[in-house]
Ligand binder design. Structure first.
Ligand code: NIG
Ligand code: FE
Length: 421
């Protein structure tokens, strides 16, 4: 068979993490759960991986042309681009005052009365922004994510809360899906909170979501998933179930903001509606988690949110792993509870506060995160045929990833074969 001319090669990685476990050679052989290759290389053509292995072997498998780009990863770690399966990146404005008040222990009711606080203020600013302005702001948020090595992300709506504004936000997500080199999935979160114009009439708003917003969003192919915040002050279990079932009938796989502030039965609900993922899970009951496991719902944990809320109780990642759940990690990037674009920081929190082992934390930020958005066949590991989403990290050992807290060692970022950093 004729050899292919690579567009891009990354050679001599000290450690290349493929995220495809390599079985031991014999009974005495060691496990290699990360599929780690020493002195590894990866070759890319037309945005896809065409060879991966030891540098010497990869060099033999491909041809080099005069336009082949070489990246020398000498003494560095190479791994798949991070997958962030939960973000609210389409927003205008910041809410630092609310963040600071919270850390001083100011009660929620008081924070609500302050100006420029709570989700509704973000809704007001976001509604006022034109499509073009919001697109520019979102670009800025996404550049920051790329800087930290994210090449795949999920984008939620939820700061529009009416048909026109939810469309505006999801059209921005669609713009990045179509015109950026990143891998994007989008989620309708019309049921984030009840908008002010429906105060005390939440049932009416639920009807609007079910009868108008979901049908029109799906008709225009603007979302892949349908999400609801199931919590006191947002939507009840019954309302959430109705909305998620309605979305399901229109082909939108459910997601749930579940048990973030209290045990609102979100984990169980996610299992009942066959959600692809349930996210947050800080206060979920063991029974709810068991149901999720049985139904194959991915657990998405968002530790930056817990930190930013000033809470001490984090989701019990270790327990979920012991129960056999598929655990993914995300930033929850949003102006209220998680103003951070950094997946490496999330991995630090996962290890320190969720007590996840390093292997599980790395899967959580790559392949398992891809599972949470239905993209595991395309992204999340370095395998021939998959999209070429690759990070070069300026560290010598993957165990430094959680250890170097808030240091940006992400040196090169490649998404679909394009060098972005
Ligand atoms: O995931 N839980 C609800 N939504 C966001 C917060 C959004 C905001 O405060 O603006 C979250 O934490
Ligand atoms: Fe969220």
């Amino acid at each position: 068979m004729e050899k292919q001319i690579a567009d891009l090669v990354i050679l001599n990685a000290k450690q290349l993490l493929t995220m495809k476990p390599i079985p031991p050679l014999d009974d005495e052989g060691e496990d290699n759960p990360l599929g780690l290759i020493e002195d590894g290389a990866v070759a890319v053509k037309d945005g896809k991986i065409i060879a991966v292995g030891k540098t010497n072997d990869v060099i033999k498998q491909i041809d080099f042309g005069k336009n082949t780009v070489h990246i020398d990863a000498n003494k560095k770690v190479v791994m798949p681009g991070f997958v962030d399966p939960h973000t609210h990146v389409v927003f205008k404005g910041t809410r630092e005052r609310e963040f600071l008040l919270r850390q001083q222990g100011v009660p929620y009711a008081k924070i609500k009365k302050e100006e420029n606080t709570t989700i509704i203020s973000t809704v007001r600013w976001t509604r006022k922004a034109s499509y073009e302005e919001l697109l520019d702001i979102t670009k800025n948020h996404i550049y920051k994510m790329i800087d930290w090595g994210t090449t795949t992300l999920e984008i939620k709506s939820g700061y529009g809360l009416n048909l026109e504004e939810e469309i505006k936000i999801l059209r921005i997500a669609k713009y990045f899906k179509e015109y950026s080199p990143l891998n994007i999935r989008s989620t309708l979160l019309a049921a984030h909170v009840v908008p002010p114009e429906y105060n005390m009439r939440s049932e009416k708003y639920v009807e609007l979501v079910i009868n108008d917003i979901i049908p029109i969003i799906t008709k225009n192919n603007l979302a892949d998933f349908n999400d609801v915040w199931c919590e006191k002050g947002a939507f009840t279990r019954e309302q959430a179930k109705k909305i998620l079932k309605a979305g399901f009938d229109y082909g939108l796989r459910p997601k749930v903001h579940a048990d973030e502030i209290s045990d609102a039965g979100g984990a169980k609900l996610a299992a009942e509606v066959e959600a692809i993922s349930a996210d947050h899970l800080v206060h979920s009951s063991e029974e709810g988690l068991k149901k999720m496991k049985e139904a194959g719902v991915v657990a998405v944990l968002l530790p930056i949110t817990t930190y930013s809320l000033g809470e001490c109780t984090f989701a019990n990642g270790k327990k979920m792993l012991d129960m056999g759940l598929t655990v993914a990690l995300g930033t929850d990037y949003n102006p209220g509870t998680a103003m951070s674009p950094s997946m490496p920081l999330v991995i630090s929190f996962a290890v320190v506060r969720l007590k996840m082992d390093i292997v599980s934390a790395l899967y959580g930020a790559t392949l398992n995160a891809a599972k949470a958005i239905g993209m595991e066949k395309e992204v999340g590991s370095l395998e021939v045929g998959k999209r070429a989403n690759i990070n070069v990290l300026d560290i010598q050992n993957y165990e430094e990833i959680p250890y170097r807290i808030a240091e940006n060692y992400v040196e090169r970022v490649i998404s679909n074969g394009e060098v972005l950093k």
